[in-house]
Design a protein around this ligand. Structure first.
Ligand code: ADP
Ligand code: MG
Length: 314
């Protein structure tokens, strides 16, 4: 293992299932309990690595949107405010659970933790603003959807609101995050892909959009100089022929192979696609290791014994 001064930086991007298992309603108590699986592993890893945690917020933003629909007495909040709210909510849940896990591990010296409200700059000319395609929030019938004041799209379970999902350009707080990492803080940031902002001269202005948390995490990993970029989700890794005969989870794929599988449609947009793209981008830009794995196998994946590792073409 590395000595303290030389500790590598590990970024773990936690999927929404780190709190709520897909298709389940979960109480806050259950969400705290579910969080212990990844965070117990991260607590142990924090002895050997400097840690950054990012996280999704899909179900939580969905709940906040539904709350707004149910209560017309107070003015509606724009999407970027809802993203900010979920950063606070989930940041608190991760921070307090991780703190407890570290305190209960006798061997582990206490590490300072901080959750950071994070902005991510996007381009107002990003094509996704003209052609929003990211479904969020509740499901509606065709008739209900037609009466809504926003654009919707038909999905397998009904109509949903669609918003722009622009590419992340830069993480506004990257210098602060770097400094905190140098001081061996564990940082929770870029929640829900970050609060989307555009530059207006020397200031920033929030926009109605959501940024993919895996792409934002890859950008952060690149800008901060992370050594290991780990995407933790609810499957063992990336598979070809997923959900079909011949399904095969891959332990390793080169950037070139990943690009080919993407083109062949093995990794759909909105789920495995952005994870593979993010991992490819990180490695292509000089990152050492990028791995897609399950929430349960974060430690094993760090050891190279689980997940799908995306490697440079030889
Ligand atoms: P997260 O909340 O962790 O970002 P997503 O739902 O966005 O999770 O992405 C993970 C999902 O991607 C899996 O639950 C799986 O159903 C789906 N998926 C689609 N294609 C593949 C594939 N080729 N290999 C593995 N999983 C895939
Ligand atoms: Mg996702």
């Amino acid at each position: 293992m590395k000595r303290k001064r030389e500790k590598e930086i590990l970024l773990v991007a936690l999927g929404g299932n780190a709190l709520i298992r897909k298709g389940h309603e979960a109480t806050i108590e259950e969400q705290f309990e579910t969080l212990r699986t990844p965070l117990r592993q991260i607590a142990r890893l924090s002895e050997y690595y400097r840690i950054i945690i990012t996280h999704g917020n899909g179900p939580q933003v969905g709940d906040l949107l539904l709350r707004q629909e149910c209560c017309k007495k107070i003015p509606e909040l724009p999407l970027e405010i809802l993203v900010a709210q979920t950063q606070g909510q989930i940041g608190y849940m991760i921070e307090s659970t991780l703190d407890t896990e570290m305190m209960t591990m006798r061997a582990c010296a206490h590490k300072p933790l901080v959750s950071l409200i994070s902005y991510v700059v996007v381009d107002e000319k990003d094509p996704s603003f003209k052609n929003p395609s990211k479904p969020i929030g509740s499901f509606y019938s065709k008739e209900a959807a037609a009466a809504l004041p926003f654009r919707t799209v038909k999905t397998a379970k009904g109509y949903r609101r669609v918003v722009a999902s622009p590419r992340p350009i830069t993480i506004v707080e990257k210098f602060e995050i770097k400094k905190l990492i140098e001081m061996d803080f564990i940082i929770i940031c870029c929640g829900g892909g970050g609060i989307p902002v555009i530059r207006e001269g020397r200031t920033f202005c929030g926009v109605q959009a959501v940024i993919d948390k895996d792409l934002a995490s890859a950008k952060l990993a690149e800008e901060v100089g992370v050594d290991i970029f780990m995407i933790a989700t609810d499957v063992d890794g990336a598979a070809i022929h997923y959900g079909q005969p011949g399904q095969q989870f891959l332990r390793e794929m080169t950037i070139k192979e990943a690009a080919r599988y993407l083109e062949e449609g093995h990794f759909p947009p909105g789920s495995m696609g952005p994870k593979v793209l993010s991992a490819m981008e990180f490695v292509r830009n000089g990152g050492k290791r990028a791995v897609i794995t399950s929430i349960e196998a974060i430690e094993k994946a760090v050891e190279g014994k689980a997940g799908t590792e995306i490697t440079k073409s030889i």
